[in-house]
Design a protein around this ligand. Sequence first.
Ligand SMILES: [Zn+2]
Length: 270
Amino acid sequence: MLIDSHSHLNFEAYKDDLSEVIGRCHQAKMKVINVGAALDTSIKAVEIAQQEKDMYATIGLHPIHVFDEEFDAKVYQKIIDENPEQIVAMGETGFDYFHLWQCLEKGAASIEEAKAKQTEVFGQHVDLAKKNNLPLMVHGRNGKEDITAYQDIYNLLKELGYNKGMVHCYGGSLKEAKKFVELGFHIGFTGIATFDKTGVLEEIIKWIPQDKMIIETDAPYLTPVPHRGKRNEPVFVKNVADKIAQIKSLSVEEVIEITGNNSINLFNLK
Ligand SMILES: [Zn+2]
């Protein structure tokens, strides 16, 4: 089954035509997981999941927003308690070293303080995931630091002993990908796979065990070829499947079937 395992139909980008975009998802007979990035977008993701068949939600505070608002675990726990059918993961959460400067603008006294806050909030997400037996929707983005965001994510997950989730929009090295898979994590591939010129993603896709690969759009961002320049939307996840099929010498139908089953099992989609 075609599944977009990480999308943001809960974002402003769809405020004018959300029902049309969702209509196209239904037409494609696909499932979509809408990912929260702050309290308001988490609530919106849950609302969409309440109203629409085949739509699911994750709730969490994105690392770039940890200085915009406090993460109140009690509030998030209440949302989980009230919406057990809709909520399929905690996040997105993780480390974003690319946007650390934004944390400085928003009040962090230093890079160290920004990192410490991201670490604290990430840990709170892991606690809730453990408590509610939910997978994690993990976000990582490297900055200019010598230590990559992915190394720090791996170390924290290992230290906290959690092994269930998806490292979304994977942007680390092959070596790091191997460590995440060893730990038990799934790896998410977006439209970047259709236009990446570095060859790194291709190498990772070639290597990845079939039972660990998941496809996603991260819509409205990262629009795949051949739709570059347009706003992204869940139906374009098919283009990510096309690219993976080509790299792994599988049929598109096989990629859709395999990644769909992986997502259904990981997120326990009904
Ligand atoms: Zn996202």
